[in-house]
Design a protein around this ligand. Structure first.
Ligand code: DAH
Length: 345
């Protein structure tokens, strides 16, 4: 029986010729390893009759030598191959270049906005993109019949075949509610994120885009604080001398509410296509947090007041990089994205 095994393995060893490192290592383990075939065979040898031992002992030793020599010679050959290859590599040749990626323009702008506000002590908060009616609308003082709840604007999500009160958030203002509900004032946070609207996709509208929300709640916060904070932000983002102007507006969750315009970043106020020859462009909505919103979130509106603001990141990026077609942001065309390589920091 032992003789049969040896004959079979001898054939296997004879036909083994590869110098590939991993296969060679497998060969070593199989035959010469501590749990290898040779060890095994020597173990079997112990129980063989004394007469047989005389004959088999010699055969066994030859077999062992065969395996060891085979391994050693292939190993030497492998090392020789390596050296040969190493010599053929010209270390003085220039390396193969590889392209580094670029940050997405929206990521660049978001990063810059977050950095500016963090210098004023704002922390970053995030919330879920799938929201309920309470956080997206009700807590923010949207009346029941407000058109923004209309299915034209909002992607509602079906639950058990029925439209429930779950939707893709339409703005990052929902994160304000989550933050105020789960903590205690003062709050000073900046909340970037993706939002969704049921809009036909065109150069000027998309079914998803990005916003940054800001919230500041404390005792004695006034509209003057809001103006100064946003004024500082704009000087940092677009450069000193950028003018701001506030126009009265309406949002259910702020009272009073305003929209903020800045002097056109393209023509510096002289008038151009971007600002429709008005010299100013709108960049965000803002206002004093409506006391109803504070109360909805369990905050004493007699003791605390606050301001909030919200802006579209695409809009800010558009004014910074003059990207006219919103669709470019989500098409992943590397020819477009590569242009922002120099802005990589
Ligand atoms: N949520 C508003 C929107 O999506 C933007 C906004 C306006 C946010 C005024 C605010 C705010 O926090 O005070 O159009």
């Amino acid at each position: 029986m032992l003789q049969g095994k040896i004959t079979q393995y001898t054939e296997e060893i004879d036909s083994f010729t590869t110098t590939k490192a991993d296969e060679l290592e497998r060969f070593r383990i199989k035959f010469l390893g501590t749990k290898g075939i040779i060890k095994d065979i020597f173990e079997d040898f112990k129980s063989v009759s004394p007469e047989e031992k005389k004959v088999l002992g010699k055969v066994l030793n030859q077999f062992k030598q065969l395996a060891e020599q085979k391994y050693q010679s292939l190993k030497d050959q492998e090392n020789a191959d390596d050296t040969e290859n190493a010599v053929s590599i010209d270390l003085t040749l220039p390396g193969e270049g590889f392209e580094i990626g670029a940050r997405h323009p929206l990521a660049l702008v978001r990063k810059e906005i977050v950095e500016i506000f963090s210098r004023l002590g704002f922390v970053v908060e995030e919330g879920p993109e799938i929201e309920d009616d309470w956080h997206n609308f009700s807590a923010l003082n949207f009346p029941e019949e407000h058109p923004a709840r209309d299915m034209q604007d909002t992607f509602f999500i079906k639950k058990g075949g029925e439209l429930g009160d779950i939707a893709l958030r339409t703005h990052t203002s929902s994160v304000q509610v989550r933050m105020m509900e789960s903590g205690k004032p003062p709050f000073r946070a900046i909340m970037p994120g993706r939002v969704y609207r049921n809009e036909a996709i065109s150069a000027r509208a998309h079914c998803f885009f990005h916003q940054v929300e800001g919230l500041y709640v404390d005792e004695n916060v006034s509209f003057a604080d809001l103006k100064q904070t946003l004024f500082y932000f704009v000087q940092e983002l677009y450069g000193e001398g950028t003018k701001v102007r506030f126009r009265p507006s309406y949002f259910p969750f702020t009272e009073p509410s305003a929209e903020m315009d800045i002097s056109c970043t393209i023509c510096k106020g002289a008038g151009c296509q971007m600002c429709k020859y008005s010299g100013y462009v709108e960049i965000l909505g803002c206002g004093m947090v409506d006391p109803n919103v504070l109360e909805n979130c369990g905050i004493d509106s007699k003791k605390y007041s606050g301001f909030a603001f919200g802006m579209g990141i695409e809009r800010i990026a558009n004014l910074k990089f003059e990207i006219k077609d919103l669709r470019l942001f989500s098409e992943n065309d590397t020819r477009f994205l590569k242009q922002y390589k120099s802005s990589l920091i």
